[in-house]
Design a protein around this ligand. Structure first.
Ligand SMILES: Cc1ncc(COP(=O)(O)O)c(C=O)c1O
Length: 424
């Protein structure tokens, strides 16, 4: 077997590269699949090598490609983490990625790596409950404050009102969890650059644009193409895809940002273990076929719910029409609507709970993006920790139900939803 050249690799598709990129079988006895490198530490050939690898890890000298750095210790680097990271960066079309033990570890570490006391953030609500709580209750203790604006078409105009010389970042979840609201990433980037131009000769604007791409990416959305400086993931969701692993990812293009994230991960110790990274690498091989089948099913489920008399409103990107304010953003930003379907049931918590309690195929469980379908009540579960104001901004009311659609047969899912709605 011959090796692909760099220019051949550049022409290949993510679903092809997801099976081979970043792993040379002949460094591992010819194993076609990467082994799990269950080791905490790595031997140096010479003491001079060890000295050099540490200098690079401390950020000395020009930034290096990760695989040139030399393996040191599994809190800093490990082959399983690096293979996964290279493949996620390839899917996302970004320079590099760092993997984490959870989505929250990726988000928290990245925010700590990029903010200083006195900095201000602008956050498009809703964001995942853990992210919301981290910003309100933890970052606030370090003197980092945040202004929350409603995600959607007028988010850039609202955000502009809060930009000051202290603004360090704009944080967007796209589409927003749980109501699938879209914010124009390109417009937010233009806003950031207008108020804090990037230094001449390259580099990143003072105002960093951070996008949590858990819900749509990397199959249906690539926020870096619209100008995101940092892209974040809960890898627990679509990347992992089987509800059997918790993980996270942070990606960037700017070497200075990547170094800051790597160094904070090394200090805070939020890396995944090698087996977690191995499981995530395995899952990336089927990412596209899973995401596409889930999306096909979700389209049918959303169409069914949209005409059901007990449903007040369905939030699904596939139902957006050209006269919908967010349609233009959808066309620009997404290549598909994904598989998260939220809907407002007629009634309130009582009716939502009755529906959830009667489901037979859908699991009544939080999380999303897995092969099995899940249903939950954001107001009392995933988003229960939000401040009442943020819950209102996010339109997370007692009648909202969130569905994550899996790969089961769509007819069976629709039957289950129908029988549970009939019990309400
Ligand atoms: C959009 C989004 N971001 C981040 C997270 C946090 O990820 P994790 O649970 O892997 O820490 C979640 C979890 O549900 C999420 O939905």
């Amino acid at each position: 077997m011959s090796k692909l050249t760099e220019s051949e690799i550049a022409r290949l598709h993510p679903e092809t590269l997801a099976l081979s990129l970043g792993f040379d079988p002949f460094l591992s006895e010819g194993a076609v699949k990467p082994p799990v490198f269950l080791t905490s530490t790595f031997a140096f050939h010479t003491a001079a090598d060890g000295k050099q690898f540490f200098a690079w890890a401390h950020g000395e000298g020009p930034p290096r490609a990760k695989h040139d750095m030399g393996l040191i210790y599994s809190r800093l680097n490990n082959p399983n983490l690096e293979i996964f990271e290279e493949r996620v960066a390839m899917w996302e079309g970004m320079k590099d990625a760092y993997s984490f033990s959870s989505g929250m570890a990726a988000i928290a570490t990245t925010l700590l790596a990029t903010h200083r006391p006195g900095d201000e953030m602008i956050v498009c609500a809703p964001v995942y409950g853990g992210t919301d709580a981290f910003i309100h209750h933890f970052l606030a203790r370090f003197g980092i404050s945040a202004h929350f604006v409603r995600a959607g078409t007028d988010a850039p105009a609202q955000a502009e009102r809060y930009i000051t010389p202290l603004t360090r970042s704009i944080f967007i979840e796209s589409p927003a969890n749980p109501n699938n609201r879209l914010t124009d990433i390109g417009a937010m980037k233009a806003l950031a650059l207008r108020h804090a131009p990037a230094p001449s000769g390259g580099g990143t604007s003072r105002i960093l644009l951070m996008v949590d791409n858990t819900m749509a990416g990397p199959v249906f959305a690539h926020p870096a193409r619209a100008g995101a400086d940092i892209v974040l993931y809960s890898a627990t969701k679509f990347l992992g895809g089987h509800s059997d692993v918790v993980g996270g990812v942070a990606l960037a293009n700017d070497p200075a940002l990547l170094t800051a994230i790597a160094q904070h991960r090394a200090m805070l110790g939020g890396m995944p273990n090698p087996y977690t990274a191995w499981l995530l690498t395995r899952s990336l091989e089927t990412l596209k076929i899973r995401a596409e089948q889930q999306q096909t099913n979700a389209g049918q489920v959303a169409a069914f719910l949209a005409t059901h008399p007990k449903v007040r409103k369905v939030c699904y990107l596939g139902l957006l029409r050209p006269d919908d304010p967010e349609y233009a953003i959808y066309q620009k930003q997404q290549s598909g609507p994904g598989s998260l379907v939220s809907f407002y049931i007629r009634g309130g918590e009582k009716e939502a709970f009755a529906f959830l309690d009667h489901l037979k195929i859908f699991h009544l469980a939080v999380s999303l993006g897995s092969t099995e379908s899940l249903a939950q009540h954001p107001a009392t579960m995933t988003h229960s920790g939000l401040t009442p104001e943020d819950r209102q901004l996010g339109e997370i009311s007692d009648d909202l139900v969130r569905l994550s659609i899996g790969i089961e047969h769509a007819d069976d899912l629709i039957w289950d939803l129908g029988q549970a709605l009939a019990q309400v």
